[in-house]
Design a protein around this ligand. Structure first.
Ligand SMILES: NC(=O)c1ccc[n+]([C@@H]2O[C@H](COP(=O)([O-])OP(=O)(O)OC[C@H]3O[C@@H](n4cnc5c(N)ncnc54)[C@H](OP(=O)(O)O)[C@@H]3O)[C@@H](O)[C@H]2O)c1
Length: 299
């Protein structure tokens, strides 16, 4: 980690990758005389070429909900290393959230931590307000906060069912609604689903339903944001080594799950963060309205 370095150089252009690509294509296709006549475009193309081949989002801003630990923490750190100023959101674990802020700042990046329960619409609004106040806007939202309670249909309590719906379903909606209102053109919105929407294992019914909703949300919202160059996707991890997955399982059960993947290990939070980073990059733009399964090949 000591070699990680975050560039503080601001890229104030916020140029849409798609427009940059169009300019590049236009410049390549244009006869020489026309290039002379469209000098502005040619200059813009040159600037884009100088920066377009690397993952870099300097000057842009990301909110990652539920990023005090697990997949959210790895995603927040990865996006910071990509150049984003990052808002770390937590519910209870302020110390862990602050650890990630310190990690990012030590590496030369910018981060704040904000407590907000995503199931509360007012709290989510304040989360976005705090981000805009600190960093001037929002370009990427990763709706990651989630809880999992497992029980058969016959034994699931009302309390556990209601909490999953409040955090995962209503919370996911609360975050995507604000994202739809506030993410700047050319941004990215990603909502965390789960590979359980395909695996459909016993005891996962209500959790899987709350996660499947994120896939529907993403595909509909992608269409609602037409014309703004914002890509919206659901990310569906599987078997990731976090307390959400390991709590309540014996070491033998966890080892058994690990052996079910072709790579014969659990995923690590960073495995998911890398894919989210790729979706947020300029090169990820054409993946839109989809569910991306990242589970090491277990399904
Ligand atoms: N791990 C897996 O195998 C797996 C597989 C598929 C999908 N997922 C999904 O990936 C996402 C992250 O999972 P994870 O495994 O990283 O979970 P995790 O390790 O349990 O972390 C959950 C995070 O969400 C936060 N959080 C919980 N309730 C919240 C609320 N009401 N408001 C704001 N933040 C809240 C927690 O904050 P505090 O620390 O403050 O409590 C924590 O930062 C979830 O949506 C989950 O459904 C995980």
């Amino acid at each position: 980690m000591s070699n990680d370095h975050i560039s503080a150089t601001p890229d104030l252009e916020h140029t849409c990758p798609s427009r940059r690509h169009l300019l590049r294509i236009a410049a390549l296709a244009a006869p020489a005389g026309m290039l002379m006549a469209t000098g502005t475009a040619a200059v813009a193309t040159e600037k884009a070429s100088a920066t377009g081949e690397r993952i870099s989002a300097n000057g842009k801003v990301a909110i990652v909900t539920g990023s005090s630990r697990g997949i959210g923490a790895a995603t927040a750190r990865r996006l910071a290393l990509d150049g984003y100023s990052v808002t770390i959101n937590y519910l209870h674990n302020q110390d862990l959230a602050q650890d990630s802020v310190a990690y990012i700042e030590n590496a030369g990046g910018k981060a704040i931590s904000v407590q907000a329960d995503v199931s509360d619409p007012d709290a989510v609004r304040k989360l976005f307000d705090a981000t805009q106040e600190a960093f001037g806007g929002v370009d990427v939202v990763v709706s990651n906060a989630g809880v999992m309670r497992l029980a058969s249909f016959a034994s699931m309590s009302d309390e556990d069912f209601d909490r999953m719906m409040a955090v995962n379903l209503k919370g996911g909606f609360n975050v995507l609604r604000l994202a739809a209102q506030r993410v700047r053109d050319c941004g990215r919105i990603i909502s965390l689903s789960s590979s359980i929407t395909q695996l459909r294992s016993p005891t996962y019914g209500p959790y899987a339903a709350s996660k499947g909703a994120q896939e529907l949300f993403a595909s509909v919202l992608a269409k609602e944001l037409a014309g703004r160059q914002i890509s919206v996707n659901a990310m569906a991890p599987g078997l990731v080594n976090t307390t959400l997955f390991t709590d309540g399982k014996t070491p033998e059960q966890i080892a058994g799950f690990a052996q079910r993947t072709p790579h014969q290990r659990l995923g690590e939070p960073e495995d998911i963060a890398h894919v989210i980073s790729a979706l947020c990059s300029g090169d990820g733009m054409w993946i839109n309205g989809q569910t991306v399964f990242a589970n090491g090949g277990v399904i």
